[in-house]
Design a protein around this ligand. Structure first.
Ligand code: CP
Ligand code: NVA
Length: 308
């Protein structure tokens, strides 16, 4: 296992499945009365350069469930790369806490933290990827279908950080991944190229489309995310003109497999990328998916910070 949890692509399918098994076990244990204090005395520093509800609360509560503690470091507090260099922050924290979770703008910044820290660093979302989200997402798919391999996952919308990590985990674990996104909103070409041989090895079928209707045909999972990610706010008016055909609404859901589930990493911009009817309707798994962040991340924390 790596020291850090930076990207899904860094892990073998076996390692990812071991994390998932542990997540399922920790969820059951928690629901049956509580987790063992495997991280007693351990502290996670949480660096946030962007806002958060789920990531902040699930990492903080996850550490508490495992008997540890978490420190929240707000955007203005440490001035990542401004008040102090990333290399210095990483080396100071390495002598004071047991792990770092960082939500950053530039992906390079989380890589740099990991390079200089002697303790584990977890990517809590960067402009490029959101691997913790993908772990909770695939856990939700597994709970729903009892398997991951051959499940048809269709992502509709912006080729963003959430889409990249979802594609990577689908490719690693043999789920089929289809994306429909507008021209100029493709996932980074390098992310697509690096995942192709991985998908070929696992038997995962990757499909890249423009038409959301074609994309949802046969879908067992429809996934969407905001049209404007954090840090892109000045583009939102432009994006709101381009993305409406990609809205996940009752009509689009009706074109998928009858048992389709709908997922969204949240926060949702209701009645933009997803309608209220769908978000609150029978196909929605939005809230169990959000709750799984807790257990998926506890598996990551216990694996990286726990006794070896
Ligand atoms: N899905 C997710 O990461 O949510 P937050 O931005 O609220 O942490
Ligand atoms: N793509 C979104 C995900 C938020 C959890 C963003 O980066 O803002």
């Amino acid at each position: 296992m790596h020291k850090d949890f930076l990207d899904i692509i860094d892990y073998t399918p076996e390692e990812l499945l071991a994390l998932l098994d542990l997540a399922v076990e920790l969820k059951k244990e928690y629901q049956e009365g509580g987790n063992q204090p495997t991280l007693k005395g351990k502290v996670l520093a949480m660096i946030f350069q962007k806002p958060s509800l789920r990531t902040r609360v699930s990492f903080d509560m996850g550490m508490r469930h495992l008997g540890g503690d978490a420190l929240y470091l707000s955007p203005n507090e440490i001035g990542l790369g401004k008040r102090e260099s990333i290399a210095d922050i990483a080396r100071v924290l390495s002598g004071m806490v047991h792990g770092i979770m960082a939500r950053v703008f530039e992906h390079q910044h989380v890589l740099e933290l990991a390079k200089w820290a002697s303790i584990p660093v977890i990517n809590g979302l960067s402009d490029y990827s959101h691997p913790c989200q993908a772990m909770a997402d695939i856990m939700t798919v597994y709970e729903e279908f009892g398997k991951i391999k051959d499940v048809n996952i269709t992502y509709v919308g912006d080729g963003n950080n959430v889409a990249v990590s979802l594609m990577q985990i689908a490719a690693k674990l043999g789920a089929n991944f289809t994306i429909a996104n507008p021209v100029d909103y493709d996932m980074p070409a390098q992310a697509i190229e690096t995942v192709k041989p991985i998908a070929a090895a696992s038997g995962s079928k990757l499909t890249f489309l423009r038409d959301p209707h074609e994309a949802v045909h046969g879908a067992q999972v429809i996934y969407t995310d905001t049209w404007t990610s954090m840090g892109q706010e000045e583009e939102s008016a432009k994006r709101e003109l381009v993305f409406p055909p990609y809205q996940v609404n009752d009509q689009l859901v009706a074109e998928a497999n009858p048992e389709v589930i709908v997922m969204h990493c949240l926060p949702a911009h209701r009645n933009q990328e997803i309608t209220d009817e769908v978000a609150d309707g029978p196909h929605s798994r939005l809230f169990p998916q959000a709750h799984n962040r807790l257990h998926a991340q506890k598996a990551i924390l216990q694996t990286l910070l726990g006794e070896k």
